[in-house]
Design a protein around this ligand. Structure first.
Ligand code: TRP
Length: 504
């Protein structure tokens, strides 16, 4: 069995057993029609009976010809959310707790592993770099098989990164940036190739949008993503609508996955129903395919065994539980995963930023003035109801959205701790103007997307440094990437090879 029931080597998934049983049934029938020797028939029947017992043990069901295992035992959550529990799937995130989703519970439910201090230390040791603040602060909090990736890396076996985005609006918001910022750090740290899937097909299937709109959003979103500053020689960013048709190897992997996942399984994992269009039902295979290096022969020169590591928000895990379940059955390594928490909505951590609610989100296209207004008007502060109470009990940084945003964006651990103490103390906002956090910095659509989270407590020095680094970044990274995009370079799968792969 895989994932939820432990990755024990040699164990078989219900689907494996089902397939083996079906073929053993065929063997018995053939032997009988061919009037084979009795001993051979008996041996085949014995094996068939044994497989039936195994099947019953694993699935709790009797084997029936033509009826694949109805419960997706391997890939589902470990039990549905009980009443009052957090809701987390690729389409919904909500909790009643102002501090946000209970991520420890989610690890148990999804059957993943916690990123503990030992793993953070190990990443530092292996990479020779200080751990990214997202690791130091538990923003990337859960993983699958990261130790295995590091074991292999230590033995000079490289890996590649895969992440993605479903483009459903003109601009990305701050929450969308989290996996990309972290992926950039991983790429810089390990010096490895990266593929970025833009699922315009997914958004067409799920939203009331035209194909043209979805494709246009892809092109717009690609600019914001490129602006994160990925290594232009080692990054392949693609639209599904373009690449699926242009890459036979990619499509072959899609159908391989489609053949090995039943409707019952996707129903169990994603909750699809009879009235969902068949495009949705088939889509998870398309999100799975980039986890296999043979989907990108232009990058990996036909190698099908390059290990993939996927940094993503935890809500994408169902897709990759399914992928990991299928991988060994189609002869590929399982992708490893690093999961992030959600970026809180302005109104509080009960839900994540959502592109469909403009007031919950800060978009990369928002002007500094709009950002300031949104923060002042909508950001939940966790202050007490009355001045007296606030003085007496202090604020609560655990529910203070401005402070939570700082934990994502402020690099300096000491500064963060100082601000935590001020925000948590009984100092009133008007008395601590200098600790009031505001979004500044910008973001203009065309090539210069860059964010800075500035906190007035840091003074203008930091703002100046941020501005300088922004200008440098524009000149050296964003502009060339942007030009490349314009020449259709990044998007043309045939033109794009990643030099010097594999790296030792
Ligand atoms: N389904 C994701 C979304 O809606 C997009 C996506 C595709 C993705 N492939 C991915 C996200 C890999 C993370 C990792 O945004």
């Amino acid at each position: 069995m895989t994932d939820c029931l432990g990755d024990g080597a040699g164990d078989m998934t219900p689907m494996d057993l089902y397939e083996k049983l079906t073929s053993q049934g065929d063997t018995v029938r053939t032997l009988k029609t061919e009037k084979a020797a009795k001993a051979d028939i008996d041996a085949a029947v014995q094996l068939l009976l044994k497989l039936k017992v195994d099947y019953k043990q694993v699935t709790g069901q009797d084997y029936k010809t033509g009826c694949p295992p109805s419960e997706c035992v391997v890939s589902q959550d470990n039990g549905p959310a009980a009443d009052g529990e957090d809701m987390v799937d690729p389409w919904n995130v909500s909790t009643t707790n102002a501090k946000g989703v209970d991520y420890d519970k989610l690890i148990v439910r999804f059957g993943s592993s916690k990123i503990d201090q030992e793993l953070v230390d190990r990443i530092e040791r292996v990479s020779g770099q200080k751990a990214h603040r997202f690791l130091r602060r538990g923003i990337f909090f859960s993983h699958r098989d990261m130790h295995q990736v590091l074991d292999a890396y230590e033995k000079n076996k490289s890996f590649y990164l895969y992440t993605g985005r479903g483009p459903s609006s003109d601009a990305l918001h701050m929450g969308h940036l989290i996996p990309f910022i972290f992926t950039k750090w991983l790429q810089d740290t390990f010096d490895i190739p990266l593929v970025i899937q833009l699922t315009d097909d997914e958004k067409y299937l799920w939203k009331d949008l035209s194909l043209e709109d979805c494709h246009r959003y892809t092109m717009e979103n690609a600019k914001d993503i490129i602006a994160c500053g990925f290594d232009i020689n080692k990054t392949f960013i693609f639209s599904d609508l373009d690449y699926m048709g242009a890459s036979p190897d990619f499509y072959r992997n899609v159908v391989k996955v489609q053949k090995h996942v039943t409707f019952n399984q996707v129903k169990g994992i994603f909750g699809f129903g009879d009235s969902d269009c068949i495009g949705k039902i088939a889509f998870p295979a398309i999100q799975a395919a980039p986890s296999f290096s043979s989907s990108f022969p232009q990058i990996f020169k036909g190698r099908k065994d390059v290990q993939c590591l996927i940094p993503c928000a935890i809500d994408q895990d169902p897709y990759f539980r399914m992928t990991r379940d299928v991988a060994p059955r189609i002869g590929y390594p399982k992708p490893a995963l690093l999961h992030s928490t959600f970026f809180p909505a302005l109104q509080g951590a009960q839900t994540k930023m959502s592109a469909s609610d403009a007031n919950s989100s800060i978009f990369l296209t928002d002007t500094p003035k709009q950002i300031k207004n949104k923060v002042n008007k909508h950001a939940f502060s966790g202050g007490k109801d009355t001045v007296e109470e606030h003085r007496k009990y202090g604020g609560n940084p655990d529910v203070d959205v401005s402070f939570m945003y700082l934990t994502f964006f402020l690099e300096d651990d000491e500064q963060l701790e100082k601000i935590r103490q001020v925000r948590g103390g009984g100092v009133l906002p008007d008395k601590c103007q200098r600790t009031q956090c505001t979004w500044t910095g910008t973001i203009d659509r065309h090539g210069s997307t860059f964010l800075q989270y500035c906190c007035q407590v840091l003074g203008s020095g930091v703002i100046l440094t941020a501005a300088l680094s922004y200008i440098l970044k524009c000149v050296f990274i964003i502009l060339p990437s942007y030009i490349a995009l314009h020449f259709n370079w990044c998007f043309n799968p045939n033109n794009h090879t990643i030099n010097d792969y594999p790296h030792s």
